[in-house]
Design a protein around this ligand. Structure first.
Ligand SMILES: [Zn+2]
Length: 252
């Protein structure tokens, strides 16, 4: 995959897919940047790159059994390559092309518009949420402690209280996290740090995704917080649970 792009009068390349994505992210290139690839007659804008690919290349009859086939990256069905368009290393069929082109255009502008929240900002948000959660827990567990202390001789209380305590310890953070993220795209800690959770394309996070993300956090916890630390080394500042749930944390 050898692509060239124009930077003023200079032709820069060859670059691969990963390099192009990095350039899009750092806003070195955008939908208007001119792109050229071996075999192309002229330079085209990155946003129109996909369209131009379909007009080039030798025509092979669709019925030709020797025609090379590829799988459409959108719908997963097989087609002859001459009926498809190619973008980087993805093949897309004719019927999926409009959606694909739209996605790329949005992807280019969305990636340029999103400013990913860094590790320490997210750490600050977690810290604030931690304090709030501790306060809520105290309000619930303190009275429970007094009740338990008053009935220590009763086996039922000795068994039931730890069970209820554990249940609350799981339920309070879950309810807090899922409700706030589903409704406001951010917990109070994140709101205070002016950051929010969005989907990979910058869209709203549903309650279902917020729920999945909450439980995916458990995995990040269980591997000694490595899932969280990953954000410090990721180009899009993703934690493990962001990767699992296809979410990003961005500045408001
Ligand atoms: Zn398709």
């Amino acid at each position: 995959m050898d692509l060239y792009y124009a930077d003023g009068n200079r032709k820069i390349g060859p670059i691969g897919k990963a390099e192009l994505q990095a350039l899009i992210k750092t806003q070195k290139v955008n939908a208007k940047t001119l792109i050229w690839q071996a075999g192309m007659t002229d330079w085209v804008e990155l946003g129109n790159f996909v369209r131009s690919r379909s007009s080039g290349g030798a025509k092979v009859k669709p019925s030709d059994p020797l025609a090379r086939q590829s799988v459409c990256s959108e719908c997963g069905k097989r087609f002859a390559e001459d009926e498809m368009i190619r973008f980087m290393d993805s093949w897309v069929c004719a019927s999926c092309k409009p959606i694909f082109v739209q996605k790329i255009k949005e992807g280019v502008s969305v990636a340029a518009a999103m400013e990913y929240a860094g590790f320490w900002l997210r750490f600050g948000a977690l810290f604030i949420d931690g304090i709030i959660m501790w306060f809520i827990s105290m309000l619930i567990f303190m009275p429970m402690g007094f009740i338990t202390a008053a009935f220590t001789d009763q086996t039922a209380v000795m068994v039931i209280t730890p069970l209820i305590t554990t249940l609350f310890q799981l339920a309070i953070p879950a309810a807090y996290d899922i409700w706030f993220v589903g409704k406001y795209a951010a917990t109070p800690g994140k709101m205070a740090c002016k950051i929010k959770i969005v989907t990979a394309d910058g869209g709203r996070v549903s309650y279902a995704r917020a729920c999945g993300r909450h439980f995916a956090k458990w995995i990040s916890w269980m591997i000694l917080l490595i899932g969280y630390i990953m954000a410090a080394f990721d180009d899009q500042k993703r934690t493990l649970h962001d990767r699992i749930c296809e979410t990003r944390v961005i500045r408001n």
